[in-house]
Ligand binder design. Structure first.
Ligand code: ADP
Ligand code: MG
Length: 615
């Protein structure tokens, strides 16, 4: 039998290995920025075109490389940073594997100019797919400039796998933020398609954070400091009331290296216990310094995880430090005359009653008008209910009689909406109408038995279809705000909003540009209550940020995000009018069985099933 096994040619092996290190343009950005930091640069420039697909260039004023080193740096396992395995336990640099440049050169066109300060001329070297195309002496500035073009030119499958420029750009921005936050003493600039996005001068940490995320971040930060034998912690956490729906600004750095740690994250979040509204995430920028011997970062070239020797102790210290920070911030307002209510009662313990339900009574409601608004607080919701669905009602009498009960419900609910009566939970089902069960389900009778509808999911479905329709028809109904709302966003969030601006306009959002960080909202879709605008946009940005594109269109994503945040929630009280309107609207939907998130909307209990329970 013939031999089957052979060695892969080098260039093939290199491409495969490269895949480990270089997954997308952002991986190149990370490696090049880290090399510049390791080279002792005090100024670093990042220049990117088309989400990094066309160009990624990093220019630094660091140590530069000699002619031989310039050539060597592209060899696999060539590094100046460690000599022996023991050095792995004393790491003070970002890189140490000597793989990055080799990997990048294997799958792109690389052009490098480099000169150590003490040399008069530098080296210019060009490499394409691991092959050196040219190398020559050249006059160039001190430091190193590397540009990487045509990423994955020789692996079309990988190139096709890349996401849209804007998604890749967002990943790059994330990496840029991480490196820039880890090294506030280094100056950074970042250009994308010719425009300068960030110009960060060397600064103290707090300033660096606000330079990146907007100066309005300043008032949100609480400083955290703790020094023990195991770890030194410093940095900032965000005040609880600024916690966001998106996970946005959560950063851990260990020995100046960005890391992800669900475990430490838990420690931080648990310190906020009782201070956060449900479903929001606190921001934090926490810097841990530990003995390099006590961690292992040697897990995977591209992974951001770290193994700590004594995680449990770290957890406890971190949690205590954050609690301490929060506590200090809580004590301070005691001296003020005007106390912030939010500080007195933790959100989790606050009476839910304070939350105004998304649905209220429309005083102009006219039950005899077919097209009157069903969801008053959500604005002109005009839709005829599906013919035929009402036939499901058992006791539905003549049309007029139903109308009567309808209007009496209306008056009753106006009077009762206050806190005079405890809740609508115990309301009787009435004659073929509806009642609300545990502020969660709408129960109604149908010919064969009863129907139990999940109010939140039903409303999500109704809104989702409504939003999708506005997006496709571009009918752009908008409710003008008497007093435009001004909102702060980080540059990143602004970027997402800009990207979605067409669709958001189609939905009825009217924005007015002001400066980089501030967006002025002048109009809203009729279904979006004004007080929800922040959380709605937050939700949209966060869902968009999770890059759930692919098969899902942007419109679909938007309609989902909006329906999720605007809908009636479990726990919201709904008056009879709204209950019935919701039921009608649900059954006028194209899809009635599943919520936009594929959850069942209602169940039926047939008379038979009920009978069986009595057997
Ligand atoms: P590693 O960073 O793991 O050592 P790399 O492939 O990223 O491996 O880089 C290989 C070597 O090239 C580095 O060890 C360093 O000596 C040199 N090098 C890379 N980038 C720079 C730079 N911007 N300035 C100076 N030297 C650099
Ligand atoms: Mg490196």
């Amino acid at each position: 039998m013939a031999d089957l096994i052979h060695l892969l040619p080098d260039h093939v092996a290199n491409q495969i290995a490269a895949g480990e290190v270089v997954q997308r343009p952002a991986s190149v950005v990370k490696e090049l920025l880290e090399n510049a930091v390791d080279a002792g640069a005090t100024e670093i420039e990042l220049i990117v075109k088309d989400g990094g697909k066309a160009l990624i260039q990093v220019v630094d004023n660091g140590s530069g490389m000699s002619e031989t080193d310039a050539r060597m740096s592209f060899e696999r396992h060539a590094t100046s940073k460690i000599q022996s395995a023991e050095d792995l336990f004393e790491l003070h640099t970002k890189g140490f594997r000597g793989e990055a440049l080799a990997s990048i050169a294997a799958i792109a066109h690389v052009d490098m100019q480099t000169r150590p300060a003490e040399d008069e001329v530098g080296t210019h070297i060009r490499i394409e797919g691991s092959k050196v195309v040219s190398q020559q002496a050249e006059v160039c500035p001190k430091g190193t400039s590397i540009s990487v073009k045509n990423l994955f030119f020789n692996i079309p499958a990988r190139r096709n796998f890349l996401k849209s420029n804007s998604v890749e750009f967002r990943h790059i921005t994330d990496e840029f933020h991480r490196v820039a936050l880890a090294h506030p003493a280094i100056g950074f600039r970042f250009y994308h398609n010719g425009s300068e996005l960030f110009h960060l001068n060397p600064a103290a940490l707090r300033k660096r954070i606000t330079n990146i995320f907007g100066h309005r971040m300043d008032e949100k930060l609480i400083s955290v400091e703790e020094e023990t034998q195991v770890v030194r912690i410093e940095g900032f956490i965000c005040k609880p009331e600024y916690a966001k729906k998106s996970r946005g600004e959560q950063y851990f750095f260990v020995n100046d290296r960005f890391i992800k740690s669900p475990y430490l994250h838990h420690a931080v979040v648990s310190a906020y216990e009782g201070l956060l509204k449900p479903d929001v995430h606190p921001g934090y920028f926490l810097y841990l310094q530990v003995d390099p011997h006590s961690i292992d970062i040697n897990i995977h070239p591209t992974k951001t995880e770290v193994k700590f020797d004594d995680e449990h102790t770290l957890y406890a210290i971190l949690r205590a430090a954050v609690k301490h920070g929060l506590g200090q911030f809580h004590l301070a307002p005691m001296l003020d005359f005007e106390k912030d209510q939010n500080l007195e009662t933790p959100y989790a313990y606050r009476n839910k009653e304070a939350h105004v339900p998304g649905i209220s009574v429309n005083p102009g409601f006219n039950p005899f008008e077919e097209s009157s608004a069903r969801f008053p607080s959500h604005g002109g919701y005009h839709k005829k209910s599906a013919e035929g669905w009402e036939n499901l009602f058992v006791d539905l009498k003549s049309g007029t009689e139903r109308q009567e009960s309808f209007s009496s419900v209306h008056f009753e609910s106006e009077a009762v909406t206050g806190s005079m009566f405890p809740s609508s939970d115990g309301d009787e089902a009435g004659e073929g109408t509806t009642f609300q069960l545990r502020r969660k389900y709408i129960v109604t009778t149908i010919r064969s038995g009863m129907l139990i509808i999940d109010q939140q999911r039903a409303h999500q479905r109704v809104l989702y279809e409504k939003f999708l329709r506005s997006l496709t028809v571009k009918e752009s109904l908008s409710q003008q705000l008497l007093f435009p709302v001004s909102l702060d966003f980080s540059p990143n969030e602004r970027h997402v909003l800009d990207e979605l601006s067409d669709q958001l306009n189609a939905l009825g959002f009217v924005f007015e540009e002001s400066d980089d960080e501030r967006v002025i909202v002048k109009g809203l879709p009729p279904m979006v209550p004004e007080k929800e605008v922040v959380s709605v946009l937050d939700q949209v940005i966060s869902e968009y940020g999770q890059g759930k594109e692919g098969n899902l269109s942007q419109s679909d994503m938007l309609a989902k995000a909006l329906s999720r945040s605007v809908c009636v929630k479990t726990g919201d009280r709904m008056d009879k009018t709204s209950q019935l309107a919701l039921v009608n609207d649900l059954f006028a939907c194209k899809e009635t069985l599943l919520s936009p998130f594929n959850k069942p909307i209602f169940i039926t209990l047939t008379e038979n099933e009920i009978d069986n329970k009595f057997k």
